[in-house]
Design a protein around this ligand. Structure first.
Ligand code: B3K
Ligand code: ZN
Length: 884
């Protein structure tokens, strides 16, 4: 398939001034009538107008009132239409027919439980009608929707409702006008039987806006939290960045059938149900937090994405990295106190390390702004999103909060109403702060995770402490040699009493502050701190000041010290994590050598002291004590053997649970949350702490805790506690799990949110069920469970993807049954939804890093898939790159 290169960008040959769309909705035969006012781009000499189209049935094209015959345009093999010699302004009328019911890709117009929905980003609009479907063309949209009243009582599109009325034969219509010109990827249409929760919300500018959350009628009671989150997001963007809602009405729609989390269509956001719907009974603490973040994210796109959009899809991180950053800042500000913020930061960084660092170390590694792609949908990645957000965060670290805000204001002032590039953004930041950021652009062009090696030297006689940083970035596909990055590196030094030392560099006249952001721009650089009278312990890259791996040989004693004394909560937890990794790695080696697995005594001490520390919040304790994920452990292993990793973790839990059972029991009792459920961070922290205790107790063989867990599952009213309890039982040896899983199924089968949780519980089970390997359990559900639907991405993600991506030891069974299942599923899903199949396909990205046995089988599985005919471009790119 064809590769698209960033360097080949050419401005459009024509502009679209206005679009009027008229829809006659029908499940199999929707008529689309589009009227475009098009004029040539004077800067371009090429007069050929390309209208993109995919899977459309063309009825007619009328140019300036005259119907064109077949010789007057070219129909390309890919479905596009070319009109030659368009040298003046024209009015084009196009009629075409589409089949929403047959659309399983969920791109363009499709049906979700009988309701019409659209998804146009990145290139879905061409599945609705013929159009120059590229983000650098913005046009004013008006829309008229005609539909039968009984099936589609609600008809929505972007912008303001300007007209509605009745039609013959029990049909009705609505007309919508979007006051802001927009690119086609932000178009949306929703029609069906929906109900809404609504409220008039007072904006800071004195105006009122109508806010609506539209859902299927049975879900109306699950919309309160989303509406409250939306209000908080609107108020936050006004307050923090001075950015106001620019519409009279802002709508959110929930659908069960959605490939991603949500979509920021102008004034009409469409959400995956799991990112909107919540009550304590159907959503966990994490779900609540996620919903608030995603609501914020899509809302913030209204400025960073919609008012200022991307010139081309290579610039995706321009809107996504920036908006993830804004979303993270919003979530942190909603939490308030500094430890709660740190907990959120730790969660975000763990996600980055688990997913993005792995991506950066594999065959799909790419810079946050890719140089090429075969299928743009494959580049909605954690690199573009989460690493992109880290890059933005580094700018804020370098420029300060105020400087960053100034830069963002300038960026929006300069580019409002148009499309921009990453350079435009950096230029605005640089100009507003009078800084030279040219070296910083390497974060946009170079892939890979840089390592920063740290050497330190304390000189007693001169009372100086020298920190030498040197950077190295491993090669990634297509990039063997890297130029040095611009790395903000935040440090502090602690004395033996655990107090931070006032910092003074050699060239400075006096000490200022107890932490410092060093700017590493060379391959290697040294900083000399003076007045350091005793050998300090350094705290490095505080609060994860850059997306790098720090290489420094801490002694275990120093890590214990930092886990107790560092006043940067992030690094305090990080020290704990390093200790646990040290311990787990030793146990992995013990296991592989066949010797008894023993807990590292330093880790054991740090664990005990943190467990009993009364001065820290349960939320922080829970996150700091939680053992690293298997993926995180694998990242640090030269050769991954998921079976030894799981054995080590299991033994560690079991020993901790046994050795500290009394302590843990006490901590459990101390952390009773408020009996009235609220998803707030403090209560959520207590629940997390309790779940952690439970897990260890049960692992340590405490029989009473099994009864207790069962009781919680059966009596608690909130899903967080119930699911934690059930998970712990499912991962134990107890046969009660079968009874409880059955009870859960009976209770949950009619609620998609819950049945997806039920799938994931089984897919990620860490012990076989009744001797039955988990792959068989998953396969059985896929093939025989009536509530599983391969067309529904949430079902696939929570069962098939959860298994292949998160259940490492069961997926990578040395007999290869996991891979066989993967091959079947990838190929089957590719016929249905290529975005889903290519996402699943990426579970084998890391095949080179596994034990030779697994590696060989993974390679053959990839080769087999690659050899099949008619793969989607999505899948072909991912598998092709894995094999390369
Ligand atoms: N902008 C959407 C992405 C949808 C892409 C689908 N291929 C979600 C978001 O980042 O807000
Ligand atoms: Zn986004």
């Amino acid at each position: 398939s064809a590769t698209v290169y960033r360097k080949d960008y050419i401005p459009p040959t024509h502009w679209v001034d206005s679009v009027h769309l008229e829809f006659d909705l029908h499940p199999q035969q929707t008529h689309v009538h589009s009227t475009l006012i098009i004029r040539p781009n004077e800067d371009r000499i090429n007069n050929d107008l390309v209208l993109n189209g995919r899977d459309l049935e063309l009825v007619r094209i009328v140019m300036d009132g005259r119907e064109l015959d077949r010789t007057e345009y070219t129909l390309m093999p890919n479905g596009d239409i070319v009109l030659r010699g368009i040298t003046k302004e024209i009015k084009l009328e196009i009629e075409n027919i589409i089949n929403p019911q047959a659309n399983t890709s969920l791109m363009g117009l499709y049906l979700s439980k009988g309701n019409f929905m659209t998804q146009c980003e990145a290139e879905g609009f061409r599945r609705i009608t013929y159009y120059p479907d590229r983000p650098d063309i913005s046009a004013k949209f008006t829309v008229r929707i005609n539909a039968p009243k009984s099936v589609c009582p609600v008809l929505l599109s972007n912008g303001n409702l300007v007209e509605e009325g009745e039609l013959d034969g029990n049909w009705h219509y609505t007309c919508w006008e979007d006051p802001f010109p927009k690119p086609s990827y932000l178009f949306a249409l929703v029609a069906g039987n929906l109900k809404c929760r609504e409220e008039k919300f007072q904006l800071k500018n004195g105006k009122k806006a109508l806010l609506q959350i539209w859902v299927e009628p049975q879900n109306l009671d699950k919309t309160e939290f989303a509406l409250e989150s939306l209000k908080r997001a609107i108020a936050w963007d006004e307050e923090r960045f001075g950015l106001e809602l620019d519409l009279e009405r802002f709508m959110i729609v929930a659908t069960d059938d959605f490939t991603m989390g949500a979509m920021e269509n102008k004034g009409l956001n469409i959400f995956n149900s799991r990112c909107v719907l919540a009550t304590p009974e159907v959503a966990t603490d994490r779900d609540f937090a996620r919903i608030e973040s995603v609501i914020g994210h899509e809302y913030f796109h209204n400025w960073t994405g919609n008012r200022v959009t991307c010139r081309d899809w290579f610039q995706l991180t321009l809107k996504e990295g920036l908006t993830v950053f804004r979303e993270q800042e919003f979530a942190a500000d909603m939490l308030g106190d500094s430890t709660a913020r740190a907990v959120k930061r730790i969660e975000d960084v763990r996600y980055l390390r688990d997913r993005q660092f792995t991506e950066d170390a594999g065959p799909m590694a790419h810079p946050i702004r890719p140089e090429s792609y075969e299928e743009i949908n494959n580049f909605y990645t954690t690199t573009v999103y989460e690493k992109g957000a880290e890059v933005i965060r580094m700018l804020q670290t370098l420029l300060g909060k105020d400087g960053f805000k100034r830069g963002l204001e300038q960026y929006i002032r300069d580019h409002d109403g148009s499309s921009a590039t990453c350079e435009d953004f950096l230029n605005a930041m640089a100009e507003a702060n009078m800084r030279n950021l040219s070296q910083f652009t390497r974060w946009y062009s170079q892939a890979g995770t840089p390592h920063v090696r740290v050497r330190t030297h304390w000189d007693e006689r001169s009372a100086t402490y020298t920190i030498t940083l040197s950077q190295f970035c491993p090669p990634t596909p297509g990039q063997t040699k890297k130029e040095p990055f611009f790395i903000p590196f935040d440090v502090a030094l602690f004395n033996s009493k655990g107090k931070p030392i006032a910092l003074q560099l050699q060239a400075e006249t006096n000490a200022k502050g107890t932490s410092r952001v060093l700017e590493l721009t060379d391959e290697e650089h040294s900083w000399v701190f003076v007045g350091v009278k005793e050998k300090p312990i350094p705290s490095l890259a505080r609060n994860f000041s850059a997306p790098i791996i720090v290489d420094y040989n801490y002694s275990p004693e120093e890590l214990v010290f930092l886990s107790q004394c560092d006043n940067d909560a992030f690094n305090r937890a990080h020290a704990m994590e390093e200790l646990s990794l040290l311990c787990i790695n030793e146990m992995v080696s013990d296991y592989e050598r066949g010797t008894r697995m023993v807990i590292n005594p330093h880790y054991r001490n740090a664990f005990e002291s943190m467990l009993t520390d009364k001065s820290i919040s349960p939320a922080f304790k829970a996150i700091a004590l939680t053992l690293p994920s298997e993926t995180r452990i694998a990242e640090a292993q030269p050769m991954i053997n998921p079976i030894s990793i799981r054995a080590a973790i299991r033994s560690l839990r079991e020993q901790l649970g046994r050795q500290f059972s009394h302590l843990i029991m006490r901590v459990f009792d101390d952390n009773a949350p408020n009996p009235v459920y609220s998803p707030n961070a403090a209560d959520a922290g207590k629940r997390a702490m309790r779940a952690f205790c439970f897990e260890l107790l049960l692992a340590g063989g405490n029989a009473k805790s099994l009864l207790r867990a069962r009781q919680i599952f059966e009596t608690s009213k909130n899903l967080t506690e119930r699911l934690d309890a059930l998970r712990i039982i499912v991962n134990s040896a107890s046969p009660t799990k079968f009874t409880l899983l059955e009870a859960a199924e009976t209770e949950w089968r009619n609620e998609p949110l819950l049945i997806n949780k039920w799938f994931t519980l089984q897919a990620t089970a860490t012990v076989p069920m009744d001797e039955c390997p988990i792959v068989d359990v998953v396969q059985n559900l896929v093939e025989r469970y009536p509530g599983y639907n391969a067309h529904n991405p949430n079902n696939v993600y929570s069962l098939v993807l959860a298994f292949c991506q998160n259940n490492l030891a069961e997926f990578h069974r040395p007999d290869g049954v996991g891979y066989k299942f993967w091959v079947e599923q990838v190929l089957k899903l590719d016929r249905i939804n290529p975005q889903v199949s290519s996402r699943l396909a990426r579970c084998l990205d890391g095949w080179r890093r596994y034990t030779p046995e697994c590696s060989k089988l993974m390679f053959s599985a990839l080769k087999y898939v690659y050899s099949q005919p008619n793969l989607s471009t999505d899948l072909k790119e991912v598998v092709g790159k894995a094999l390369n």
